[in-house]
Ligand binder design. Structure first.
Ligand code: PEP
Ligand code: MN
Length: 285
């Protein structure tokens, strides 16, 4: 297997031995510490995003997640606040000195999302949208490429290769669960792929156990498992009122569950001689 030529190149360990470290203004991803990215599935209103952001800032979370353009399975579901959501999220993050990650769903939105985001997320439904990947290869901000829900590792790495080969090497991968016969969980979180990716690629690997399981009660143990499997970070959904959430309420952590997650991830990171990236200085806006 070792000698077989791989179809991808720039994303491979053979091409680049050292881990890729993605630098943001207040932190970095892939540098040895465990990143914790958190926030609601979707930005819903000013009060919601500021309440969640303030809560997360007390734990010194560095990166706020939240969708403004939401790729919903049903056209009748809440589609996101769009540009207003981007603005609200940016303002909340700036108030608490945090970075912003949010999804870009379409090529014609790259410019707009770029203005407000520090990391642009490609969702599972768009992993093989090659026009979008090409557009993102031309920007100078980091991209988080989620795994297509039915994509193999090779297809995923080739999608990442599109972004690197176009000129953007600030790419991180996000395992968010795949489609299997199992329907007790929303998706099957493929944690086996994490150490394999770390061996074949130099790109940082993030795990999203919220989309990966669909059930808030198992987000904490799966986050711990992700860290032990070698992930560079986890991304979780948190909500001030999960039962009222306009999307993905069932998988959104309550605040006390998030506090429990922080405690447990700190301990888990220590097992590997790593730190959860919450302690260091943050830059206040
Ligand atoms: C999300 O992060 O809210 C999301 C829609 O993710 P995915 O593309 O993995 O479903
Ligand atoms: Mn979601």
């Amino acid at each position: 297997m070792e000698n077989k030529r791989k179809p991808y190149q720039l994303v491979s360990r053979e091409w680049k031995k050292e881990n890729t470290i993605i630098k943001l203004k207040n932190t970095s991803i892939g540098g040895g510490n465990i990143s914790l990215i958190a926030g609601p599935c979707a930005v819903e209103n000013e009060d919601q995003i500021f309440t969640i952001c303030e809560f997360l800032s007390k734990q010194n979370v560095k990166i706020l997640r939240g969708g403004a353009y939401k790729p919903r399975t049903s056209p009748y579901s809440f589609q996101g606040l769009k540009k207003d959501g981007l603005i609200l999220m940016r303002n909340a993050a700036d108030k608490y000195g945090m970075s912003v990650i949010t999804e870009v769903m379409d090529t014609n939105l790259v410019e707009e999302v770029y203005q407000y985001a520090d990391i642009l997320q490609v969702g599972t439904r768009n992993m093989q949208n090659y026009q979008l990947l090409r557009a993102l290869s031309k920007i100078d901000k980091p991209v988080m490429l989620k795994r297509g829900m039915s994509s193999t590792m090779e297809e995923w790495l080739l999608a990442a290769e599109y972004i690197l080969s176009g000129g953007n090497d600030k790419v991180m991968l996000c395992e968010r669960g795949i489609r299997t016969f199992e329907n007790a969980t929303r998706n099957t979180l493929d944690l086996g792929i994490v150490p394999l990716l770390k061996s074949v690629s130099h790109l940082p690997v993030i795990v999203d156990p919220s989309q990966g399981t669909g059930l808030r009660e198992i987000v904490v143990p799966m986050s711990m498992a992700a860290v032990l499997a070698g992930a560079d970070g986890v991304m979780v959904e948190v909500h001030n009122q999960p039962e009222e959430a306009l999307s993905d309420g069932d998988q959104s952590l309550y605040f006390d569950q998030f506090n429990d997650l922080v405690t447990k991830l700190k301990r888990t990171a220590k097992v590997l001689d790593k730190n959860l990236d919450l302690e260091s200085e943050k830059i206040l806006a």
